[in-house]
Design a protein around this ligand. Structure first.
Ligand SMILES: Cc1cc2nc3c(=O)[nH]c(=O)nc-3n(C[C@H](O)[C@H](O)[C@H](O)COP(=O)(O)OP(=O)(O)OC[C@H]3O[C@@H](n4cnc5c(N)ncnc54)[C@H](O)[C@@H]3O)c2cc1C
Length: 355
């Protein structure tokens, strides 16, 4: 354990997927651990990412299920969806999950500071607005990412996914911009909820980096479901007109809507951490540069999750957080604990495939 000149053996900045996992695992070894969270415990995935998005997917999918049910003999009166009721239920569930994350941290013995943390030096952190500094032996940066909005005229009229989870009213028409999984899922959600939805993407094919066969058919499938898909096109500006927002696109195309949502990218969230002061190096994409063990350019500082911009998904952030804790607090470097992927070989699958 660290010398008593430190308040903590480990201080984690950010209580999201990676930070929570690392903090809990380290604390369970008996280490003195604290975490700072400037917004809500749970991070992007729980508060404004995977989880609320999945709840919206479930909500939107009912429209199709009601239709399908008729074909199976059910009589379904005209189903009515109420956005405020859904939002309230969604927010209750998010609060419940955030509470579970908090309780689990507390049960493991982790101290939680509800504040933004910033570096003073390599072993000292300031809790911004609380007039308090804390000294820690090891520090883990797990501050995640945040949406980036393009610098086009009228962008102030548009929203990102962060705001899409809290819209006061469900728009009648929406333009969703982007070709990644977040844009496509939101376009599907709004369309499923009965919103007249247009998906605009500058590339000629959706879901860059995904399976080519899926990519080839996705746009057609979306269009077949009634979603308007405009590929190889992008916004030049947005203005507020008498009938709503007007998206001006290349080739003089125009789309009118009540909301424009950009899901065109996210950036590592390092603002305000004061990384320069301690010499934590960023890479050319503005992410915290780390080695294979998630160590930064400073000996006692590590970083995991989206802030390192490796593979920006929750299971990856969790695994990186776990690998850090295993290496630094359990004496088990990840090469000895990483599960090796093997092709599925359960008897049922085998018999299904080979008869
Ligand atoms: C709309 C959307 C949908 C997504 N859907 C999926 C999905 O279906 N599947 C999937 O695997 N991934 C999904 N993701 C990605 C996933 O949410 C992230 O990869 C994951 O949350 C990254 O975890 P993290 O620990 O790196 O950071 P985060 O979970 O973002 O946590 C970082 C935390 O640090 C806090 N913080 C930041 N700076 C400070 C500071 N200075 N002091 C104190 N606290 C600070 C933040 O408030 C935040 O709570 C989605 C993301 C979005 C935006």
């Amino acid at each position: 354990m660290a010398s008593s000149s430190y308040d903590y053996d480990l201080f984690v900045i950010g209580a999201g997927s990676g930070g929570v996992r690392a903090a809990r695992m380290a604390a369970m070894t008996g280490a003195r651990v604290a975490v700072a969270e400037e917004y809500r415990v749970g991070g992007t995935c729980v508060i404004r990412g995977c989880v609320p998005k999945k709840l919206m997917v479930y909500a939107s999918d009912f429209a199709r299920q009601f239709e399908t049910a008729r074909g199976y003999g059910w009589t379904v009166d005209k189903p009515v969806f109420d956005w405020p009721t859904f939002l309230a239920a969604k927010d209750r569930e998010i609060a419940r999950l955030s509470g579970i994350y908090t309780t689990n941290l507390e049960k493991a013995g982790v101290d939680i500071f509800r504040a933004k943390a910033a570096f003073v030096d390599a072993h000292t952190l300031e809790l911004v607005g609380q007039d308090r500094t804390i000294k820690a032996d090891k520090i883990l940066i797990a501050t995640g990412g945040r949406p980036v909005m393009p610098a086009i005229e009228g962008i102030e009229h548009a929203i990102s996914s962060d705001q899409a989870f809290h819209l006061e009213t469900l728009p009648e028409r929406i333009v969703v911009v982007g070709g990644g999984y977040i844009a496509i899922e939101f376009a599907g959600i709004f369309h499923g909820l009965g919103v007249d939805t247009t998906l605009v993407y500058r590339g000629s094919n959706l879901l860059r980096g995904f399976d080519e066969d899926v990519r080839a058919h996705l746009a057609e499938e979306l269009a077949a479901r009634g979603l308007k898909v405009t590929l190889a096109c992008q916004h030049t500006r947005i203005e507020r007109g008498p009938n709503g927002l007007v998206s001006h696109l290349l080739d003089n195309l125009k789309v009118e809507s009540d909301q424009v949502m950009f899901a065109t990218g996210r950036e590592p969230y390092v603002e305000g951490l004061n990384l320069d002061a301690v010499g934590v190096r960023l890479n050319d994409k503005g992410a915290v540069a780390v080695d294979d063990y998630s160590k930064t350019s400073v000996e006692n500082i590590w970083a995991v999750g989206d802030v390192t911009d490796r593979i920006n998904l929750t299971p990856v952030a969790i695994r990186e957080g776990a690998a850090f804790a295993e290496t630094e607090f359990m004496g088990r470097p990840p090469s000895s604990t990483m599960p090796t992927w093997r092709p599925p070989s359960s008897p049922s699958r085998r018999s299904a495939r080979w008869g």
